[in-house]
Ligand binder design. Structure first.
Ligand SMILES: Cc1cc2nc3c(=O)[nH]c(=O)nc-3n(C[C@H](O)[C@H](O)[C@H](O)COP(=O)(O)OP(=O)(O)OC[C@H]3O[C@@H](n4cnc5c(N)ncnc54)[C@H](O)[C@@H]3O)c2cc1C
Length: 172
């Protein structure tokens, strides 16, 4: 099926999509406070594709996708490109397109990472009585989907809060 508008838009045509992803990004964003008011929206700066490694990675991924699309088995059934596509196969146009049309895949994590903002028991460093338990504590964005690791962290946090220290493999 077509995957466009971050998967939230209804497909208007039959089709297929490729999804090259930078699954281990080296670019780093930031979440900060905009004001002392607790109800103020935070300032979120993603900084996507700010490292050469990430830019090279996405350009290589898009190039592979285009090469697959040009193979006869695919090209024979394709009627054309859908929507906004790279202007050409040059590195500059592929990168320009990635910057313009790239999507998050809804997997932001790690703004309160273990080791930087919270300790391994998810307690905020230097603030007594406060833990963070959500996707933001993951030390790095996982290569796969983020829901299961977030649930795993939450299960572990529930044990820590209740004072249960499980030993790996015990009780099997
Ligand atoms: C459209 C979309 C599709 C996704 N698809 C997948 C998928 O297929 N597979 C996958 O693994 N992951 C997927 N994800 C990612 C996954 O949903 C998230 O990584 C995960 O939910 C993060 O969990 P969390 O607990 O950190 O945050 P959330 O699940 O966002 O939970 C935050 C909670 O806090 C509540 N909240 C916010 N503000 C306040 C407040 N002031 N007071 C009280 N409560 C508040 C919110 O209502 C919400 O319930 C998707 C995400 C999106 C947005």
């Amino acid at each position: 099926m077509l995957f466009h508008q971050e998967g939230l838009g209804a497909a208007t045509e039959h089709g297929f999509a490729f999804g090259p992803c930078v699954v281990a990004p080296t670019s780093r964003g930031q979440v900060g406070l905009r004001s002392p008011r607790p109800d103020a929206a935070p300032r979120i700066v993603h900084n996507y594709l700010t490292t050469e490694e990430d830019r090279d990675c996405i350009v290589a991924g898009i190039r592979i996708a285009l090469e697959i699309a040009e193979q006869r088995a695919v090209a024979d059934i394709a009627t054309g490109r859908f929507g906004d596509t790279p202007a050409s196969g040059s590195d500059a146009d592929l990168l320009d397109w990635a910057k313009r049309s790239g999507q998050t895949l809804f997997h932001p994590t790690s703004s309160c990472a273990i080791g930087r903002v919270v300790d391994p028991e998810l307690r905020v460093l230097d603030i007594a009585g406060l833990r963070v338990v959500d996707a933001s504590v993951l030390p790095a964005v996982p290569r796969g989907n983020t829901n299961a690791p977030t649930v795993m962290a939450a299960e572990k946090a529930a044990d820590l809060i209740k004072g249960i220290h499980r030993v790996a493999g015990a009780g099997r």
